[in-house]
Design a protein around this ligand. Structure first.
Ligand SMILES: Nc1ncnc2c1ncn2[C@@H]1O[C@H](COP(=O)(O)OP(=O)(O)OP(=O)(O)O)[C@@H](O)[C@H]1O
Length: 817
């Protein structure tokens, strides 16, 4: 179904500007002041204002004077702030204006937060949104971005068909890439239904302690500012949100709130504080500090607001600074993003109203800590902190136009491109379970939004589009962006700071009480244990264990809290709401305590049983009556049975593993013993062999000795017969040393040779070689053989025989073997 051209009241469309593909908005002739021509189409700025007259418009219209300047001299990012042009039609309110001076006194660094608390009693009736009752605590799909499309009215033919929450290009205008489906598709000029559908639940989530972001994305002149800020007749999301904030406070009598607003714009990668005097903002642009989830903006002015009027003043001041800075606003509006932030801190109200039960007061003039916590968790009351960010992004058509991307590439706003790729990567990571690097740092916008886009916020995106056929490419690009961001996964958590001092005090008191109870029980324990049955004693022992465990656990918690407190360091140090996350809530502490107790109980049960059984061992007084003895015996038997069960439990749990260990050890030692035995057997065999060898050696030696003696006797006798050859070189005093493995054989050979020589000589066949046997007597060393002469008588006798029978003698020569 094609959306018919919406008949819009002329007063709502201050600039009924058909979209121009070139991104150049037709010069609006809409009057911006009372002096403007009455014949011009009525502007949204001409309608009665809810805000101070000095801030009738949330956005300056493009003036006829400004337009030529825009075309001839585009604003420079570096020069812009220091030379914000002042035109007669868009006078910048001076820093000295009384209104501004009054508002500046609401600068959070100059007031005591305790003095600026808002609660249901102090909220002004007129500041409250009356229809807040409509709202439920249902914030939609908490882990998904709420994505809505707002189609601005136009007199032209619509190129897009809508059907409920579906949207597709009318086939008459081309081939649609696909059919789109979103959470909401909104049309018309009424801002209230838009606010209710896309922002209200997120505002309430912020009041409830979650970070929340609502941003408008879309091509130039598609209605982002109209949606966010609106006009007097159709207040947009920001003023409606603030009304709901006060309405929420009115409806929550149990809590008190501190509200701080800041307003900034990102223009060509420079962040300007719109609440600071322009010269200061230009001299000191806002810087982003920190990493990841801990982002801090500084210096950034924050104004405490206690009523809607204060909010309007803050908004008007910010808009005033934008307007003054944006005489060339058409050019700038396509390149700058504005962010209105409200830091919401809340705490349970004390029982005695505004007074703090602990009597402590929050220091009044602390150094400014933009974004950080200001309210103190006092009297045991924790503080919840959240940030509501309402963002009007720059026009996106130049960055996303398919046909004109190349030609207009140099105008592409880097931050929007980066936003697109950041969203793309986040969507991919979410849907494919990946963890690809997300280029948050590539632009100020994405870096500033990093904590929220990373999931730590409830996010609602309203994509505005011009349904005209001239804007099909831009609209398609916007719809694709909207579709991608729908896939980003969120996981926002409430941020709470507990009053650690009060908590510690509570822990200490509890520990004291527990110790007292423990001491009492211990004191009466011997007497009691005699009275109690085994089971009661078991319970008593368990109770005491519990007390001890609880004391240990609380002591641990105190130590943990103190460590956390020390880590916090300087109180004045700025910290973002998410930074205080490490403070455990009482609920978390309770959970941890419970878990720890359960663990300790499980571990101690077995030991407890044994100890209790031991304690329960009945003492039998000698003078106890028989009946009493019997009873004790019965109890003892029962205890033994219980002990057996416990032991059986140990056996069941530990028996098998222990047996296994024992078997392993035994197996290991059996192996070692076998190896030892084997080694020993080998050594014994070796020793036996040695003994045998020694025995053989001894026999050989004996035989040798005998041979030697026989030979000596023979030689002596031979010498006596005058047949002496040369004396033997070796004597007893100088015997030939045995050569291992062959000395004996060599010696034997020598002896044999000698003997042979003797025999030969005896038989007349003496060889002519120079035998030692032929050494003349008296020339060589004294012969050992000579010394042994007497003992060799028998052999010489034998020699006689040999001489008598030469053949026989030869046969009888000694042999060695
Ligand atoms: N839904 C709407 N109903 C009535 N008027 C609208 C609607 N949307 C936009 N307009 C009008 O269209 C004009 C352009 O809108 P607006 O300034 O909000 O666009 P924008 O997206 O913020 O543009 P830019 O990106 O240039 O800032 C304004 O005069 C506004 O009043």
């Amino acid at each position: 179904m094609s959306v018919p051209p919406t008949p819009t009241p002329p007063s709502r469309i201050a600039r009924p500007t058909p979209f121009t593909p070139g991104g150049k908005r037709p010069i609006s002739l809409a009057p911006v002041s009372a002096s403007a021509s009455s014949s011009a189409p009525p502007s949204r700025s001409t309608t009665p204002s809810l805000i101070p007259p000095s801030a009738k418009k949330y956005k300056a219209a493009l003036t006829t004077e400004a337009r030529p300047r825009t075309l001839s001299k585009p604003a420079s990012p570096t020069k812009r702030d220091s030379s914000r042009p002042k035109t007669p039609t868009t006078p910048r309110r001076g820093a000295q204006s009384p209104a501004q001076i009054i508002i500046s006194e609401m600068d959070v660094s100059r007031i005591d937060p305790e003095e600026a608390l808002v609660d249901f009693e102090t909220v002004e009736a007129g500041d409250v949104s009356l229809d807040l009752d409509d709202i439920t605590q249902d914030y939609g799909q908490e882990d998904k971005v709420l994505v809505s499309i707002r189609i601005r009215p136009t007199d032209e033919l619509h190129a897009w068909d809508t059907n409920g929450k579906d949207l597709k290009l009318n086939p008459a205008f081309g081939k649609a890439p696909q059919e789109f489906h979103f959470d909401e598709i909104l049309t018309g000029s009424e801002n209230k239904p838009v606010y209710n559908a896309v922002a209200r639940s997120h505002v309430c989530a912020a009041m409830d302690g979650f970070n929340a972001v609502v941003f408008a994305y879309g091509q130039t002149a598609s209605g982002k500012t109209f949606t966010l800020s609106g006009d007097e007749a159709q207040p947009g999301i920001i003023p409606r949100a603030m009304k709901d904030v006060f309405g929420y406070i009115k409806r929550t009598p149990t809590r008190e709130y501190l509200l701080r607003c800041s307003y900034l714009e990102i223009y060509n990668e420079t962040i300007n504080d719109l609440l600071a005097p322009p010269h200061m903002s230009a001299a000191q642009p806002v810087q982003i500090h920190g990493n990841g989830a801990n982002i801090l903006l500084s210096p950034l002015r924050e104004e405490v607001v206690t009523c809607l009027k204060g909010v309007h003043e803050v908004l008007a001041r910010g808009e005033g600074n934008r307007r003054t800075a944006s005489t060339d606003w058409n050019e700038r509006s396509s390149r700058s993003h504005s962010v209105f932030r409200v830091v919401i801190e809340s705490r349970e109200r004390g029982t005695d109203g505004r007074q703090t039960p602990s009597g402590r007061t929050t220091p009044g003039f602390r150094p400014p800590t933009p974004g950080g916590a200001r309210l103190q968790a006092i009297g045991g009351r924790s503080v919840q902190t959240s940030v509501l960010s309402l963002i009007d992004l720059a026009g996106s058509e130049k960055a996303t136009s398919d046909k004109e991307r190349t030609r207009e590439g140099k105008y592409i706003n880097t931050s929007l491109l980066t936003l697109g790729s950041v969203i793309g990567t986040l969507a991919e990571n979410s849907s494919r379970g990946r963890a690809d690097h997300v280029p948050f740092r590539n632009s100020k916008l994405t870096r500033m939004l990093q904590p929220s886009l990373s999931g730590d916020a409830r996010i609602s995106v309203i994509c505005t589009m011009n349904p005209s056929k001239d804007a099909i490419a831009e609209s398609t690009s916007t719809l694709l962006f909207a579709q991608r961001i729908k896939r980003v996964q969120l996981h926002a958590q409430k941020k709470e700071v507990v009053d650690t001092e009060a908590l510690l005090q509570r822990y200490r008191k509890e520990i004291e009480e527990l110790r007292r109870r423990l001491a009492e029980r211990e004191a009466e324990s011997p007497a009691r244990s005699r009275r109690l049955s085994a089971r009661e004693q078991l319970e008593e022992s368990k109770a005491m264990r519990d007390l001890n465990a609880r004391i240990r656990q609380l002591t641990k918690l105190i130590l943990t809290s103190q460590t956390v407190d020390e880590n916090k360091g300087d109180e004045s140090r700025p910290g973002s709401p998410s930074k205080v996350d490490f403070d455990m809530t009482p609920y978390q502490l309770q959970q941890e305590l419970l878990a720890a107790r359960r663990e300790i109980e499980t571990q101690a049960t077995q030991i407890l049983s044994l100890e209790a059984a031991l304690l329960a061992r009945p003492v039998l007084p000698p003078d106890a009556p028989e009946g009493e003895k019997d009873r004790l015996l019965v109890e003892q038997a029962k205890t033994i049975r219980e002990l057996e069960i416990v032991v059986q439990g140990y056996e069941d749990n530990l028996g098998a593993p222990l047996r296994k260990v024992q078997e392993d050890v035994e197996r290991e030692w059996a192996g070692k013993v076998a190896a030892e035995a084997h080694g020993r057997a080998e050594k014994e065999a070796w020793a036996d062999e040695l003994v045998r060898q020694l025995e053989r050696e001894r026999k050989v030696r004996t035989k040798l000795e005998e041979e030697r003696q026989a030979l000596a006797a023979f030689v002596k006798k031979f010498d006596a017969l005058g047949l002496a050859g040369p004396p033997l070189v070796s004597t007893r005093l100088n015997p030939p040393l045995p050569t291992p493995g062959g000395a004996a054989a060599v010696f034997a050979e020598r002896q044999r040779s000698r003997l042979q020589a003797v025999v030969d000589a005896e038989l007349g066949t003496v060889r002519e070689f120079d035998s030692p046997m032929r050494v003349p007597v008296g020339v060589g060393e004294p012969s050992l053989l000579e010394e042994q002469w007497d003992a060799l008588e028998d052999l010489s006798f034998d020699m006689e025989k040999i001489r008598a029978s030469p053949m026989k003698g030869k046969e009888n020569l000694p042999t060695w073997g």
